[in-house]
Every structure is written in structure tokens, then in C-alpha cells.
Design a protein around this ligand. Structure first.
Ligand SMILES: [Zn+2]
Length: 415
């Protein structure tokens, strides 16, 4: 059973409840990317360096968490079938990994959040399939779904062919057609999925999105809302640093969804998080996924807020209200003051903090939307971007035009 209920709105931002079987997720929400299989064995939570530390947080390993419960950071997680072979494994190991669903492994049996199993379209397209030490597997829509289902997911998505900013027009159309054909094949097998099926659409602006939706509708045997439980907007990762493009893409996608009568479906934005999230929530995005919390930590960066990072050595833990920073155990880890610490332990605590910062902002946002007051949402955005030169002008424009049109006439005072 899958349902998505919008429980409050503030302008175009919405707060919702996504229910999939017996799991419920409050939206807007971020699905952190987790690599469940890091080339190792079950006793070591399948290894994977910092990825392993994150899994130790997720699986309540007290030696890593310091005894605290951090499960609220992982109410929903994203994993990709392409990550199965990230560590150059042998085919035997791949088969062993796929023999049990993630929650059937003892070490993850307590994990009760949602698992969003991505088809890994971008990577698979780039590599031509799944590649290990002694195998190469071509991946098509059917094989991708077979592997996704082996993981025991709550959400699956069709195998997509993301477009790239450098693609010629013909190439874009060809990729969109392939994605549409895959979506139709995926819809034919939806009875095999005990959870939610999301449809990927691609494009940065209205004409592209219109084409993407048209091609999908042409291929499908039934209307989109009958075949799918959600929409996932892809191809934005190469543009992730251009917030103007991101906002336009999400906003145009919402408009297309409204015009086609799909506005009741939740909208997921693939591969985007951090500083863009508040603005994308403001124009109606419901969920996100990202590995940025982890990549920042791996690069030695500690998040001060959604917009800024500092080197770990410069971090002021007193200024952060998250549980990680308020725990002497993690402070000692992040400062590398304990004996025999592995790099993964230092960076793992930093990654948990980075994730806590992003989840906290979304929690605040959910509360604001629940109050249903557009002005509070606008104030929150203004406060969030006030020191962000590159963002400010664009954020104010968005506030004035989309959230709080009442202030339209004072536009120039903000610029
Ligand atoms: Zn913190």
C-alpha cells in the first residue's frame, strides 16, 4: 500500500506524509546515500571505509555511536544497484550479496527506515553495465529491476538515461525515448513490487520536461498516476552548483505535473541536497537524496550550516546544537584525540554531523510549512541566505514572485 498525503501547504511548499506499507516518512525529507555493500563481509557490515562507519551509525553499533540512537538520521536512505560493484568484487560475492534482502542480513535486521533502491542509470550508462573483477553484466530495465528487488526495497525507480548539459538535441531525445521505453517495461512489472514505483523524468526547463513527459505518456499503456506512485526528477547533478537552473527545473516540473493532473504524486529530486534544498522545497519538491554529507566529510569538511563548510580542525563544536557535536565522545573523535582511531572513525562522526545539519534544516522547514504561514517560510529563507552573496538576489526574487507576491512592489529594495 502506497499513499502520499499533503497535510499542510505554505505557498508552493508542502508538507506531506509518504506511507509505504507499514513505514511512514514525513516530507520534505532527505534520503542520505548509503553504500550497503563495500566489498566486505557481513561481520564487518560489508566494509567500505567511511561508508562502513555510517552503516555502524545506522545499525546502532554502540562503539561507534557512543551509545546514542541516531536512527532519525536514517528514516529513509537511498542506495543504488551500481554501488554493489563499487569495490571490484567477484561475481560469487555479488550473488552472495543478492541472496538476501538488506533487512534479512542479521546486521541490518533492526533497520526500520525506508530503502529507496536507485537503478543507478547514470553510472550504468557510463560504464555500460555492472563490472567486477571477473564479470561484466549488461544491465537493461529487466535486469536492473531484478537486482533492485533482490535488495528488498520500499521504493524502486525505472532505469533511466540521464541527459548531460553537453548532449546534442538528438542525443537528448534519444535518451528520453530510451527512458520512456524503460518506464513502460517497468510499469508492466509493477505487480512484482511490494512498495512504491517512481517514474524518472529529465530536463532543466519546461520544453525539455514537456518532451520527457510526452514521450513517457506515449509509451505507457495507462495514465501515469495509475502506473506510478511518485515522480523522480533526474539529470540535475551536473548542474548542482547552479541554483537558478535547479529551481527552474523543479518549478517547471511541478507546473508540468499540475497541467497533466499528477500534482498529487510526491516529487523526488535525484542527487541534490545542501544549499539548494530550501529553495527547491519552496517551489514544491518533496524528497531528495544525496551523498554530499559523506563527500564533505571525506574531504575534511565540517558543515557550519547548509551553505558553509570549514576544515574539521577549525570547527567550533560549541556552536552546533546537533547530538554528535554535543557528545564528548564524538568531539574527541572529530579532534582525533583518541588512541588508535582510524580515519573512518574521525570522518564518520563528521559525516553524521553533516547529515544532522541537513536533516535539522528540513525538520525546521516541515514545522514552518505545518503552520501554513507563507511569510514565516519567506522569513526563514531570507534568514538562511542573508550572508550568501551568490544566492541572495535569486532567493529574494523567488520569495517575492512565488512565495509572497504581496511584496512584489518592493522588489528593488532587495536587489
Ligand atoms: Zn553538529
Amino acid at each position: 500500500m502506497v499513499s502520499f498525503d499533503v497535510v499542510a501547504e505554505a505557498g508552493e511548499a508542502r508538507r506531506g506524509q509518504l506511507q509505504i506499507n507499514d513505514r511512514t516518512l514525513e516530507t520534505p525529507h532527505l534520503f542520505p546515500v548509503i553504500n550497503f555493500y563495500g566489498g566486505g563481509n557481513e561481520g564487518a557490515l560489508f566494509g567500505g571505509g567511511v561508508h562502513r562507519t555510517i552503516k555502524e551509525f545506522l545499525a546502532h553499533d554502540n562503539e561507534v555511536t557512543g551509545g546514542e540512537d541516531y536512527s532519525d538520521l536514517f528514516n529513509g536512505v537511498m542506495t543504488s544497484i551500481s554501488s554493489l560493484a563499487d569495490y571490484g568484487i567477484r561475481e560469487k560475492k555479488l550473488e552472495w550479496y543478492l541472496d538476501n534482502e538488506i533487512r534479512e542480513w542479521e546486521c541490518f535486521s533492526d533497520y526500520d527506515g525506508m530503502i529507496f533502491a536507485d537503478s543507478g542509470g547514470y553510472k550504468i550508462l557510463k560504464q555500460g553495465g555492472l563490472e567486477g573483477e571477473d564479470f561484466e553484466k549488461d544491465i537493461d530495465q529487466d535486469k536492473a529491476l531484478d537486482i533492485q528487488l533482490d535488495l528488498g526495497p520500499d521504493i524502486v525507480v525505472n532505469l533511466d538515461h540521464p541527459i548531460h548539459p553537453d548532449d546534442e538535441f538528438e542525443e537528448r531525445i534519444e535518451k528520453m525515448e530510451q527512458t520512456a521505453v524503460n518506464a513502460a517495461r517497468f510499469a508492466e512489472r509493477r505487480d512484482e513490487v511490494d512498495g512504491a514505483c517512481y517514474l524518472t523524468v529529465h530536463g532543466y526547463y519546461e520544453a525539455m520536461l514537456e518532451r520527457s513527459f510526452d514521450l513517457i505518456e506515449d509509451e505507457l499503456a495507462e495514465p501515469v498516476p495509475e502506473a506510478f506512485d511518485g515522480i523522480a526528477l533526474g539529470s540535475l547533478v551536473p548542474r548542482k552548483d547552479n541554483v537558478e537552473v535547479l529551481v527552474e527545473a523543479v518549478s517547471d516540473c511541478k507546473r508540468e505535473m499540475q497541467q497533466r493532473g499528477y500534482e498529487d504524486l510526491p516529487l523526488h529530486v535525484l542527487g541534490i541536497s545542501g544549499n539548494a534544498m530550501p529553495l527547491l522545497v519552496a517551489v514544491g519538491a518533496d524528497t531528495f537524496d544525496s551523498a554530499s554529507y559523506l563527500h564533505q566529510a571525506i574531504n575534511g569538511k565540517y558543515c557550519v550550516n547548509l551553505f558553509e563548510t570549514v576544515p574539521i580542525d577549525d570547527a567550533n563544536f560549541d556552536a552546533c546544537e546537533c547530538r554528535v557535536c554535543n557528545d564528548d565522545f564524538h568531539r574527541a573523535r572529530m579532534r582525533n584525540e583518541m588512541d588508535d582511531l582510524y580515519q573512518k572513525d574521525i570522518l564518520g562522526s563528521v559525516a553524521a554531523h553533516n547529515l544532522a545539519v541537513q536533516q535539522r534544516e528540513l525538520r525546521k522547514f516541515r514545522q514552518l510549512i505545518a503552520e501554513g504561514d507563507k511569510e514565516r517560510v519567506a522569513e526563514y529563507l531570507e534568514e538562511a541566505v542573508k550572508d550568501q552573496k551568490g544566492f541572495r538576489k535569486f532567493a529574494y526574487q523567488l520569495i517575492n514572485e512565488r512565495i509572497n507576491p504581496y511584496f512584489e512592489e518592493t522588489d528593488t529594495t532587495y536587489a
